[in-house]
Write a protein that binds this ligand. Structure first.
Ligand code: SAM
Length: 244
């Protein structure tokens, strides 16, 4: 169960009304039962139910069952698409171990607004579902141009370029240079993946990306994938080669 409060030995954790409904109503837990808790910062803790009521309750942390496991320093940048598909991208990115999820507005992005709080809640649910101890931050929507203007020199950018579809994947060449990490599965340094909108990238954006020394255009294979499929494919390829 995800909670906001700090977790530690003997730490009491107050249960909200919604959590009480889930724990004591749906899961039918009672006083003395165990619950696994995480907050994205303190690892996973086993807590006992101290008080159980309809509108709230209290849990008491007893022991840490897993330390905080930080994912590799990987950001997923993507242009929001339809609501359900955007939700899907955030959920899958959190499951696949992205450390930060950054919705970006490109020249051809349809959506000019996102519900950051809703997307963050999806990231929490996804982390809960896959037993993670870390919750990726979902950033506010930001414009791609200014983001590239101040792109950090140390962060590599895997730019998924649909115009390369059909050519042999540039990913293998790109990752060959990172062979040591790919073999050992060790930390790979800061990376980001960039996925475009349904309309793809503009010529201006392509030129901007081509001029960025640490951006690497890659193909995800011979077919043009939908953006949500492309995000999952890119995360899988990156994790397989460089993740841990
Ligand atoms: N409108 C574009 C077109 O028809 O050429 C397709 C854009 S695609 C639906 C959305 C995004 O997914 C692209 O901007 C790109 O980032 C990524 N993508 C899809 N297929 C890809 C591929 N084969 N290689 C690299 N990136 C791909």
């Amino acid at each position: 169960l995800y909670v906001e409060q700090a977790l530690g030995q003997g730490q009491p954790v107050q249960v909200s009304r919604d959590q009480a409904h889930y724990l004591f109503g749906v899961m039918r837990l009672g006083v003395g039962d165990w619950v696994a808790l995480f907050n994205g910062r303190d690892g996973e803790w086993q807590a006992r139910v101290g008080e159980a009521g309809k509108r709230g309750g209290e849990l008491l942390c007893e022991s840490q069952s897993a330390p905080l496991r930080m994912p590799p320093d990987l950001w997923l940048l993507f242009a929001p698409i339809k609501k359900a598909r955007t939700d899907f991208i955030v959920e899958k990115a959190a499951e696949m171990g992205a450390a930060r999820i950054v919705p970006v507005q490109t020249e051809f992005t349809n959506s000019e607004r996102i519900r950051q709080d809703r997307l963050q809640a999806h990231a929490v649910e996804a982390a809960e579902q896959c037993g993670g101890t870390y919750v990726p931050e979902v950033a506010e929507l930001q414009k791609l141009g200014p983001l590239l203007d101040r792109w950090p020199a140390e962060r590599q950018l895997m730019f998924c370029d649909e115009t390369l579809a059909g050519r042999s994947s540039a990913l293998s060449g790109l990752l060959a240079g990172q062979g040591e990490n790919a073999r050992t599965g060790g930390p790979s340094g800061p990376w980001a993946i960039l996925i475009g909108p349904e309309g793809g990238f503009s010529e201006r954006e392509r030129a901007r990306l081509a001029a960025l020394p640490n951006a690497h255009a890659v193909s995800l294979g011979p077919r043009i994938l939908r953006a949500d499929t492309a995000a999952v494919a890119a995360l899988t390829l990156w994790q397989q080669a460089l993740g841990d």
